[in-house]
Each structure stands twice: as C-alpha cells, then as structure tokens.
Design a protein around this ligand. Structure first.
Ligand SMILES: O=C(O)c1cc(=O)[nH]c(=O)n1[C@@H]1O[C@H](COP(=O)(O)O)[C@@H](O)[C@H]1O
Length: 236
C-alpha cells in the first residue's frame, strides 16, 4: 500500500462524470493528496474506478460508511480491503460488536489491512439535528462518546469535525487518528456542512487528515486551490 503522500489532504472525488474525475486525477501526483471515493462514485462506477486509482499509486479512502449487522459489515470491509485501499470506514453507531467484528475480520484476512475508521456525528449535523434524533447531547459530547467506543473496539481512529479535534486528542491520545471533513478554506461556500473549519485551523486543532471535496472539485482551477491549501499547511 502506498504511503508516499506528504500532505494531510484527502480530496473527495464526488463526481457523477467519470471523465471529469479522471481529468482531475491525471493532474495529480500521489505525493500531493490522497483520494476519497464515496457512495456516489462507487455506486455509479464500482470497484473498477477504485482499482484505477490504486493502480496509479494513490492512497484511497473508500468511504462507504458501512452500518449493518456485524457479519455483513465485516464481510463488506474485507471486500473493500481486497481492492487495495488505504482506509475504510463504518458508522460507530453500528455498535461495539459490529466494529470489533470488522476489525478482527481485517486482521484475520490481511497482513497489512487498511486503516479502519469509525464515523461519529456527521459534519452536516448540529445540536438541533441531534435533538430531532432524540439525542440530548451536544455534537461534541456525542462525538466523544462514540469515539471512545471506536477506540475500545480497537479501530484506528474516527471521522469527526475539526471542531472536536482538540478535545479528542486530549481524551483519546495523539495516535488515535482524526479524519475531518467539513473543511472550508476562507471564503469558500459552506454548502450543507455545519461544523466547519479552515485547513490550517483544523491542523492546529489536531486533525490528522483533512477531507476536502467541493472547494477543490468545483473550483474553476482545482489544482490551484489544492496547491494553495498544501502551501498554507507547509506542504508544496
Ligand atoms: O465520511 C466522510 O468522509 C464524511 C463524514 C462526515 O461527517 N461529513 C462529510 O462531509 N463526509 C464526506 O466528506 C466529503 C466532504 O465534501 P465537501 O463538503 O464537498 O468538502 C463528502 O464526500 C462527504 O461524504
């Protein structure tokens, strides 16, 4: 598995046009960013697109957010790992047994399994969204609860917002990885995200990886935005 990337940026390839995605990928080097394939591109273009990115040497985060009974989730994680991806994720709210079973299946089947990460509270949600689900905690409190369970299950880290990064590093230690979407360079459209932060603030707060989609992919000049973000973080 490639580990040549110098930047913490993971570009979210949320395209419905495979040629548009490939056009951006052709301009990128695996040292400049990692790539994320999510539900839209995987549903449209399947494992072949993932294999294409892996064959080009990119670290690929396959973001399918599995959430099912333990056996089904574990088998889905093993199937994802067979594609040679660098990271896969499950919803932490699937529970301790689901996460432990997935982790064990990866360890039993692969000498070098991909990182397994638990999704906590989506970055598109705030207090009022949690209340409507009957959750009386703040997003930060709920993230800490779920992340504690993810750590207990032996996973490598969580998806959370950068707003919780500082707290999580204090509570769960520096080696527990924090993957943070909801990243918005100053002046870019917020869209449907609610718990947001700029790239440099996120890194200063303790984020290990920054997931950035539309601010790069929808920009007039995506490479310019990526280069600016990397430069602002001290990566060329
Ligand atoms: O798991 C994720 O990657 C994820 C979790 C989360 O809480 N919030 C979130 O936005 N994401 C993903 O991160 C990407 C963010 O994209 P932009 O909002 O366009 O930067 C999307 O592909 C989302 O599916």
């Amino acid at each position: 598995m490639s580990t040549t990337c110098l930047s913490p940026v993971i570009v979210a390839l949320d395209f419905n046009d495979i040629e548009a995605a490939k056009n951006l990928v052709e301009q990128l080097e695996p040292s400049q960013c990692r790539l994320k394939v999510g539900k839209e591109m995987f549903t449209l273009f399947g494992p072949e697109f993932v294999r294409f990115l892996v064959a080009k040497g990119f670290d690929v985060f396959l973001d399918l957010k599995f959430h099912d009974i333990p056996a089904t989730t574990a088998k889905a994680c093993v199937a994802a790992a067979k594609l040679g991806v660098w990271m896969v994720n499950v919803h932490a709210s699937g529970g301790l047994n689901m996460m432990q079973t997935a982790k064990k299946a990866l360890a039993d089947n692969f000498e070098n399994p991909p990182m397994l990460i638990g999704v906590t509270v989506l970055t598109s949600m705030d207090d009022s969204d949690l209340q409507k689900l009957g959750i009386a905690k703040s997003p930060a409190e709920q993230v800490v609860s779920l992340a504690t369970l993810v750590k207990e299950a032996g996973l490598d880290g969580v998806v959370c917002s950068a707003q919780e990064a500082n707290l999580l590093k204090q509570e769960l230690g520096s080696s527990f990885k924090l993957v943070t979407p909801g990243i918005r360079p100053a002046g870019s459209d917020v869209g449907d995200q609610k718990r947001i932060m700029t790239p440099s603030d996120a890194i200063n707060a303790g984020s290990d990886y920054l997931v950035i989609g539309r601010p790069i992919t929808q920009a007039e000049n995506p490479m310019q935005v990526l280069n600016q973000v990397n430069q602002s973080l001290g990566f060329k």
